[in-house]
Design a protein. Structure first.
Length: 99
């Protein structure tokens, strides 16, 4: 029902629990994405725990994209005013993984 009524894009949560980086995502997301695609034509992207280029590649391979949040916040926290350089390098590594 949510997928049929949604507009824009769907944010598919990769796993239950609190937000933050994860070393491994075990949820059967392929099956969930299949159900979403049966009920809507809008894009769906997977987020919640995505922190490595490998995870981003995998998530974007089964959905329309990967959403990263906590990993970027950690870089901001760690590098303060110098963070833009580190965030830029990180985002580039994630983007390069999707090619």
């Amino acid at each position: 029902m949510i997928a049929r009524e949604a507009e824009g894009f769907l944010y598919l949560v990769s796993s239950l629990g609190v937000t933050g980086t994860r070393s491994e995502i075990r949820t059967d997301l392929t099956s969930i994405v299949e159900v979403v695609r049966q009920n809507t034509d809008i894009p769906c992207a997977i987020g919640f725990g995505i922190s490595t280029p490998e995870q981003a590649r995998k998530m974007a391979g089964i959905s329309d994209g990967a959403i990263v949040g906590s990993a970027i916040i950690k870089l901001l926290e760690a590098h303060g005013k110098d963070a833009p350089r580190y965030v830029g390098e990180y985002v580039k590594s994630m983007k390069d993984a999707l090619r």
